[in-house]
Design a protein around this ligand. Sequence first.
Ligand code: NAD
Ligand code: UFG
Length: 333
Amino acid sequence: MKILVTGGCGYIGSHTCVELLEHGYEVIVVDNLVNSKRDVIDKIKEITGKSVIFYEGNVQEEKLLVSIFKKHKIDAVIHFAGLKAVGESVKKPILYYQNNLDSTLVLLKVMEQFDVKKIIFSSSATVYGSQNKVPFKESDPVGGTTNPYGTSKLFIEHILEDLVVAAPEFHVVILRYFNPIGAHKSGLIGDNPNGIPNNLMPYITKVASGELEYLNVFGNDYPTKDGTGVRDYIHVVDLADGHVKALDKVTKEKGIHIYNLVTGIGYSVLEIVSAFEAVNQIKIPYVIKERRDGDIAECYADVQKAKKELGFQTKYGIQDMVRDSYQFYIKKK
Ligand code: NAD
Ligand code: UFG
């Protein structure tokens, strides 16, 4: 089967390409490298011994997509391409809406044109807003997003729902991710953000390596186990494996299916710091700061639906996640 992976050079996309190749799928990647590097394609080959076909370009460009769909008989699409920095989205809403919505609309239009009716979309925990109680369930109401990035994910979920009403022959799986961390065990691919990271794990790895002096812990007065924010961290390789499982589902079943891809376990910021210190034998100095705008106290989810309907089961624990995150960082330097 031929799978088109948009955003396949990115963090989650690259790990998913590896899993797909290892499961015997043929993979075609389209990515404009706005948040990734071309050498990821070589790294994927180094890990798997197999090549992906790579197109450098923007998913918003209809002509490019048409040429890809003409050239390859694509069976299904996994749509990762999107901008994802929450803070940047507040400053550049038009860029975020245009990139994330246009790329999806153009992609869906071209898919319809070529009679390709199977798509997996990367959504986010952000669609649960702040009105629901943890653990979040797929049946919880969505909305109340607090930034353009989150709202773009919400809009795309609605677009896909409307599409399936109009075209019930479409097969759609929406995957809601929470906090992917870790990296492939080879240390060749991983989370590689430019500049000073926003997310916890890339920030910790920079403190560990001495590039940054200390970690800012955003708030220790939340109603959580130790006062710091709690999140559902998942090893990116487990997350990638979830896409292979979702592909089975999208191949077989019509309609729209939504899954949280999570472990179901919440760890606090200080628990992550402790695990990182213990596993990597490095002290992480930290300073308690004010709460970060837009953060919620706890964000973790129920994994039962994905477990039951996809057979999704995570293999890696928090020790693996903090070890592999750091190994990737050291190797990359
Ligand atoms: P990433 O930035 O590492 O990967 C996204 C890739 O898409 C990048 O390689 C980028 O160059 C590419 N891209 C962006 N816009 C494009 C366009 N218009 N045309 C072609 N390529 C384009 O991000 P990631 O962490 O791998 O996330 C993948 C998807 O999952 C994104 O849609 C993101 O919003 C979503 N998501 C990520 C997280 C997370 O914590 N990493 C959480 C929830 C949802
Ligand atoms: N944190 C710190 N210091 C830092 C960075 C983060 O204390 O330097 C804390 C945050 O306050 C939060 C936790 O670590 O409690 C995790 O923060 P991240 O920035 O790593 O992740 P978020 O949970 O804020 O965001 C993630 C994804 C977003 C997505 C959101 C949905 O990165 O794309 O989940 O809930 F929108």
